[in-house]
Design a protein around this ligand. Sequence first.
Ligand code: FA5
Length: 335
Amino acid sequence: MIELTDLRARISHVKDDLSQQVSVLSDLDAVEAFRIEFLGRKGKISELFKLLGQIDPSERATAGKLLNDLKQEASALFAARKDELDSAALDEQIARERIDLTLPGVYHPLGHKHLLTQVQQEIESIFLRMGFDVASGPEIEDEYHNFEALNIPADHPARDDWDTFYIDDTTLLRPHTSPVQIRVMEQTKPPVRIICPGRCYRRDTQDATHSPVFHQIELLWVEEGLSLANLKYVLELFIHEFFGEGYEMRLSGDFFPFTEPSVQVHMRAPGAKDWLEIMGAGMVDPAVLKNVGYDPEEVTGFAFGLGIERMAMLRYGIDDIRLFLGNDLRFITQF
Ligand code: FA5
């Protein structure tokens, strides 16, 4: 048998324990451990409940009430401490996540299109508005499309004008965009009105106006009744659209096996002393029209091949072609 006074003493002991421990609980894990230690199935309070059977039946109701009070008190203490810790954690989280709107933002620099891409797209848009389509062809070409079909047979000295990188005996890196003329005409019946922008490769020695990798835009218009006057008109329209006022254009005689007559076009920027060659052009040679199955008695055409780098140099006063591929951000970010 256990005396009620004995039980009271034990309850008071557990209470002391409780009040001491609760104040030092510093996190939710500790609170849970505390709860199990006192209120769990094998906890200190449950152990006291087990003593009820040993209490004199006349005092059992009082003892039960004392134990229930203790249990409630312990539960309340546990819940209160848990609330305190929860709200402290929330306060801490709010403080930690506070956004300081006065701090400078994180700066992500935005890239932009390279000047050559900008110029290429601008030229494309001018010709699209004039009614030309944009075509493309492979950078790795065969000799037939790059030379033979353009009226430059194997032993022709004009092949030397395109100092070409060969991959094997008959495959090469195209030195100009003119083979695309052939590819388009092979696939299309006249009339044909296309431009073709693209990268070209030549074994040219690098200097201020030559690069072994550069870009051209090819133009081809084949239809009935076209003459050199139409070519000159299209050129003037284009040059005026692209450069605006004050730029001079000069046509002079030249030779290309795939055009007859052939011309070279030079431009001069306002106030500049020197002329810069920007393109080769001419009336499509009847032999080329025959090679693609067109009848030169029915249709005529004109074509040109324009250097994109040279156009950008003229418009923006860039004096060295090497700057385009130099990856110097001080240059690139200017445009
Ligand atoms: C040709 O490539 C001819 N296919 C152009 C043509 C097309 C003529 C259609 C007639 C009809 P040319 O080799 O002159 O021609 O080159 C044309 C332009 O490409 C030059 O005026 C120049 O602006 C540019 N160019 C040529 N080689 C280089 C180079 N190494 N670096 C930069 N630009 C170049």
